[in-house]
Design a protein. Sequence first.
Length: 418
Amino acid sequence: MTTLEMMKAAKLAAPSLVQADTDTKNRALLAMAAQLEAAVEDILAANAQDVEASRGSVSEVMLDRLTLTSQRIADMAEGVRQVAALPDPVGAVRREVLRPNGLVIHRVGVPLGVVAIIYESRPNVTSDAAALAIKAGNACILRGGKEAHRSAAAIVKAMQKGLAEVGMQPQLVQLVEDTTRQSAAELMAGVGYIDLLIPRGGAGLIRSCVENAKVPCIQTGTGICHIYVDESADLDTACCIIENAKTSRPSVCNAEEVCLVHRAAAERFLPMLYETLVTKRLSNGQTPVELRLDERAQKIIPGTPAGADDFDTEFLDYILAVAVVEDTQAAIAHIAAHSTGHSEAILTQCDENAALFVRAVDSAAVYVNASTRFTDGGEFGLGCEMGISTQKLHARGPMGLEELTSYKYVIHGDGQIR
């Protein structure tokens, strides 16, 4: 089926989902989760082919991003069940106004219609996106990257089987067969078929969609995430948080890419950071973090001199740019100049500095004394996420069910005229 044929099929199928009640959608989601678990061997076999085809052409951290295990598939199914358990945003009254003339005005949640998602090499996005779209009353068209296409196809086949099992149209969840740029361009130009386009991937993909899409598009994903270590920070805790934010899964968008350190803490803290991220990891047989240091940090610890672009790069690897700054205001200014608006954190024991940082930093998620790795739909209680929006209009931060709906006004009267 061509991409255009898929868009037409989704547009025709979408009204059936608009009319489905919450119980019907939840039964569909539970059936989809069960079919994912039933198809685990088929999904793993398809994924093994994807991994083998990509081995040697992508980094080890990106290969981990692509790889599925039985546990990861079980987690995907659990994520779908969590979405089923969430309140239905469709039909929910978000605002009620009683006018002096007796009119009762309700602002009510409604589906967007057809949502298209262009993503790269994370197979779990396939089930997350489909589950959220269905619960929010939307048909979805998935366009994954070629590296994960076999995996995504096996996942979609299982989920379509779950939809059919409860009498819903399989065309409500479709995977684009063409993984060339042409199919992405067709989705971007799908006026009249696509109600929202969500790119989820690297900076190049997002930039292409934002610049070329003729349909509404959400800017997501790119995460140059900062952690600022204030002079009052508990330095042992800071090392623990930064190790988590940088190394727990460096290939994801909420991983830390830049560490800023107050000048008064730098002499004590930077050797501790080097011990945590380099020395201990080497002695434990783990991949050490390459520290790319500004001039002030170079005078304190060994590392690679930071290049011109290192504070503007989403490394997605075991690399961390490090700079020493004068104070909290300087950290805020640095973030304003280099951040992509994703997630930033301050580590401090000073309430005044924490309040200043939270107020002044203009990103989707701002943390006080916690890892940036929590910027995630599941961690935020959304079940899972469609992506992390780094823009301000319509959606910001992890995109859950409400962000996949719009609203309309429903007005009840008893004969009023104007």
